[in-house]
Design a protein around this ligand. Structure first.
Ligand code: NAG
Ligand code: NAG
Ligand code: NAG
Ligand code: CA
Ligand code: ZN
Length: 581
């Protein structure tokens, strides 16, 4: 077993070293993401009237008239595409068009019940310009461009001529060409510019992947597995989760992670699933090492590592901020460092850990079994454990510029444990009531692995800054920090509300969105080997940087409520806030 230089391994309880595994992959071509304008959607409960309410007209006419009236556009812009009636409602699907040419990515849908509109969704756009509607590039030239871009052959589906709205709000005229590669199992719809002849982008017609896993907002398997289809974030992982930039895999490896089963310390191969269908139904009555259970654990660990990558990415843990990716898509930082994750690692028990070497070298996650119950339980099936470990990678990389050397003193290591618990908690909060949070109960046989729940209630959790005087060890210290952050999170959500889409949309003003921005921003801002007071100051400065100090007093009050007021020093509590607060 080798230990990397400059490497600290943070465990849930304690540290250990580890060996580094080899890689395995196979070859295929990536696809390019197609731009989709944002979609708005309204629902109307019992329904609202529409312009043709008084007439008994066709679904096509009724829906078209409604869309025209809602969007204040004339009939030349709207083309009814299809519709049908089910047992409870009628559904109409409409395309935007220009000069009688439909737009690929601007559509609307209207549903009717009992003659009223019950819902309306649309992604109609007002492009700044439309390319000329007569093509100057031949269909044959477009087919060759699509074939070479996507490493496949045009099938016998006729090409079409459509408009494609681009991210810059121009509309390109495109030949739409289907391209397949039977050997590789790929099938794309390609958009080739009908004036320049350039391949623009494609839509992948094959669902990329299916995972039976525990959605990130659930804590452990007692809340139920779900079948998740293509959960990757297109901004954070434009290549998907099974393409490392050079090769496309059939297994639990890709640009962000390589996950393998490690029962014997000899196996480092990812788990293959033909068609990327990772569908292992965990059986809680048998050992985690038997039957479908290792597959279920690897699938969940792969899903969680990738999801944490994707969430952290949109909040700022990017290539330039020293993240873990095999290939860097955006500039900055070093690649070649996706996370390697060992599941059911036989070198340990009742624990988990994560080693963070410098940017450019893979992080290493080790997940162990837990023997507090019979049968044993698998840490890979408790999301908060996996998220906790991944967050060590984030905090160790972002503090001090990607060296992995800046959370080494005990107090900084304690902050690291606190951030890891706080991130696990953030991922699992689902509504505007920020609930008390406990960690590790499932794997640990029903008993949380921390001494107190994280809580705004100081009877439930009395920890303050001065608790550090009697907290010698990083996880004890971490509890104090995680509880402060719980209080900060609750105060922000109280003040600004809660966004249910915060994991995929960092643009909102809601409290949980603000919290994660300040969390990630402050890591980059704080010094190497930060102490509690410096970490607090980084949050307050970061709020100034991002929100012009809008939350300054809120943050001071939350920190002061736990003894980190303006005069706190040397582990002596102070509950005061600046005069202006
Ligand atoms: C995917 O897996 C199938 C079945 O194991 C195999 O035949 C195929 O070659 C694999 N494809 C790639 C790209 O690895
Ligand atoms: C997943 O497996 C279950 C049985 O365990 C099966 O019913 C289901 O159809 C499978 N789903 C997919 C997408 O393969
Ligand atoms: C705090 O927790 C204690 C003990 O559980 C409980 O008695 C008390 O009512 C709680 N206080 C508030 C404000 O919820
Ligand atoms: Ca990197
Ligand atoms: Zn830890």
């Amino acid at each position: 077993m080798s230990i990397f230089p400059f490497l600290l391994v943070f465990g849930l309880y304690f540290s250990s070293g580890f060996a580094s595994p080899a890689l395995k992959a196979t070859v295929r071509k990536p696809s390019t993401q197609t731009f989709f304008p944002s979609t708005s959607f309204q629902t109307f409960e019992g329904g609202v009237d529409h312009p043709l309410s008084k007439r008994d007209d066709t679904l096509a006419n009724t829906a078209s008239a409604y869309v025209q009236a809602q969007l204040k556009i004339d009939s030349s812009t709207v083309k009814f595409k299809s519709g049908y009636a089910s047992d409870i409602a009628q559904y109409a699907y409409i395309k935007q068009q220009h000069n009688n040419i439909p737009l690929v990515n601007a559509v609307a849908n209207v549903a009717f019940k009992d003659g009223k509109v019950v819902s309306f969704g649309h992604s109609f756009v007002k492009p700044s310009s439309f390319a000329s509607s007569s093509a100057t590039v031949s269909v044959d030239a477009a087919i060759s461009a699509a074939q070479s871009a996507l490493d496949g052959k045009h099938n016998n589906i006729p090409t079409t001529l459509e408009y494609l709205v681009n991210a810059d709000n121009t509309a390109s005229l495109v030949h739409v060409v289907q391209v397949q590669n039977a050997d590789q199992g790929t099938w794309y719809e390609a958009f080739v510019d009908a004036h320049s002849g350039k391949f623009i982008s494609s839509i992948d017609l094959v669902a990329n992947a299916v995972y039976r896993a525990l959605p990130i907002f659930k804590q452990d398997l007692t809340e139920g597995f779900e079948l998740l289809v293509d959960p990757q974030d297109p901004v954070s992982s434009p290549l998907g989760w099974h393409n490392d930039g050079n090769t496309v895999s059939n297994d639990t490896s890709g640009n962000n992670a390589l996950v393998y089963l490690d029962q014997t310390q000899t196996d480092t191969a990812p788990q293959t699933a033909p068609g990327l269908i990772f569908n292992y139904t965990q059986d809680p009555t048998i050992s985690p090492s038997d039957g479908p259970n290792p597959g279920a654990a690897r699938t969940n660990v792969f899903y969680i590592i990738n999801t944490v990558h994707d969430v952290a990415y949109i909040y700022g843990f990017t290539e330039a901020a020293f993240n873990f990716q095999q290939t860097n898509i955006k500039t900055g930082g070093l690649g070649g460092d996706r996370v390697l994750a060992s599941v059911q690692n036989s070198q340990g028990i009742d624990n988990a850990n994560f080693g963070t070497p410098p940017d450019g070298q893979s992080g290493q996650m080790n997940m162990y079994l837990w023997d507090q119950t019979d049968p044993e339980r698998d840490g890979g099936l408790e999301n908060d454990i996996v998220t906790h470990e991944m967050t060590h990678g984030i905090t160790n990389r972002m503090t001090g510029g990607g060296t992995g050397r800046c959370l080494q003193i005990v107090e900084s290591g304690g902050l690291g444990e606190g951030w890891s618990d706080a991130m696990a908690e953030w991922m699992e909060q689902t509504g505007p009531q920020i609930h008390d949070f406990t960690l590790g109960s499932y794997v640990n046989g029903g008993v949380p692995i921390r001494s107190k729940p994280y809580s705004t209630n100081s009877t439930t959790n009395p920890y303050t800054y001065s608790t550090l005087l009697t907290a010698p060890e990083v996880h004890d210290i971490g509890e104090v920090w995680a509880n402060m952050l719980h209080n900060v999170h609750a105060a922000l959500v109280d003040a600004h509300g809660f966004s249910k889409t915060a994991r995929t949309d960092p643009t909102g003003s809601e409290g949980n969105v603000v919290f994660l921005h300040l969390f990630i921003d402050s890591l980059a801002l704080q010094p190497c080997q930060p102490d509690f007071l410096q970490a607090r100051d980084a949050w307050i400065q970061t709020d100034h940087n991002r929100y012009a100090g809008a939350n300054k007093c809120l943050l001071w009050k939350a920190f002061a409520s736990r003894g980190m007021g303006i005069n706190a020093v040397d582990y002596t509590d102070d509950f005061s806030v600046p005069d202006e607060c």
